[in-house]
Design a protein around this ligand. Structure first.
Ligand SMILES: C[S@@+](CC[C@H](N)C(=O)[O-])C[C@H]1O[C@@H](n2cnc3c(N)ncnc32)[C@H](O)[C@@H]1O
Length: 301
């Protein structure tokens, strides 16, 4: 599966490129920056100071999202129950060999990652962490059904490159595991992903970019089952979808990826969606882009 090439990103941190998926693990702007802006900051971790939380990290990869989470929680003495899903052990092996990766975090992160690599598990007074190695579509079933997550990070390769982790059927399993007030956080602002999450009963919000322009109108999506609207504060880094984004969800781009038995190949999932788009009466996303003067949407790469 893995043919991985080292990539230096613009914030000076290292990432990987997968030849198999033909995509980088992180935006070329910065691996650490992407983790902070798209996952750690929107998690509002201060809420859990001195308290306990459950987190699911889907597509653990090099472990930037979990490492950054652990780094913050260690400092504020939270108690964490972390599950990670990942198909390939090589990115974690790379992280453990990379001095520049390890020095981004407090030393305990290395201790936890070494234990995850050797034993798939780490436990001490504050943290219980485990990686379930294998296809996330199967491994998600091994998480005890009683566990509901306060945070779910979804960081797969983009839907066109790795549709398996963005289908209606997989996202349905993921949302079942979300605490009613939990946040499902992803870098993706794909109309298909957003519409699917909304159809599954979640409220969706846009992760605000620092500077909004036509090439970068989103840093991702947060989906929440029960969100009290009055709680949406102006200092939050997420906001309700704009009219432009709502209109995106009315185009053919919003047609979901489907994987009925959760074992389809990439080509089957993509082809089924293309067929559905062909017969759909929804407007084209090309017209939507033209109307809003859009050049490209936010994605990895
Ligand atoms: C964009 S990278 C993840 C970036 C990651 N969060 C990090 O910090 O490096 C996507 C990851 O998804 C994994 N992956 C791809 N398909 C998967 C599947 N079906 N189940 C579980 N993991 C998968 C890849 O091996 C890769 O490590």
């Amino acid at each position: 599966m893995s043919e991985l090439i080292e990539v230096l990103t613009k914030d000076g941190t290292y990432s990987l490129r997968s030849e198999f998926f033909q995509e980088n693990f992180h935006s070329s702007l910065g691996a650490l920056e992407e983790t902070k802006i798209k996952f750690t900051n929107p998690s509002h971790l201060k809420r859990f100071k001195g308290k306990s939380l459950n987190v699911l990290d889907i597509c653990f990869g090099l472990g930037y999202n979990s490492a950054s989470l652990l780094n913050e929680l260690i400092k504020q003495e939270s108690y964490l129950n972390l599950y990670a899903l990942e198909i390939d052990k090589k990115p974690l092996e790379y992280s453990l060999r990379s001095k520049s990766f390890l020095k981004l975090w407090v030393p305990k992160v290395q201790e936890i990652f070494e234990s995850l690599y050797r034993n798939d598990y780490f436990e001490d007074q504050f943290f219980k962490c485990g990686v379930l190695w294998g296809d996330a579509r199967e491994e998600i079933n091994t998480i005890p059904s009683g566990i509901k997550f306060d945070l779910i990070y979804l960081d797969g390769f983009s839907p066109q490159k790795c549709p398996h982790v963005w289908t209606l059927e997989f996202l349905s399993k993921v949302t079942e595991k979300l605490n009613p007030r939990g946040y499902l956080i992803t870098y993706s602002s794909s109309a298909a992903v957003r519409k699917t999450l909304r159809n599954l009963g979640l409220e969706i919000f846009n992760i605000k970019p620092l500077f909004n322009d036509k090439t970068c109108w989103s840093k991702g999506t947060i989906a929440i089952a029960k969100f009290e609207k009055n709680n949406l504060k102006s200092n939050f880094n997420f906001e309700k979808l704009s009219i432009m984004e709502e209109e995106h969800l009315l185009t053919k781009a919003s047609i979901p990826y489907r994987d009925r038995d959760l074992n389809s190949s990439k080509d089957d999932i993509i082809k089924k969606r293309l067929d559905e788009q062909l017969f759909s009466n929804l407007g084209s996303s090309k017209e939507w882009r033209k109307k809003w003067g859009m050049t490209k949407s936010a994605s990895k790469g």
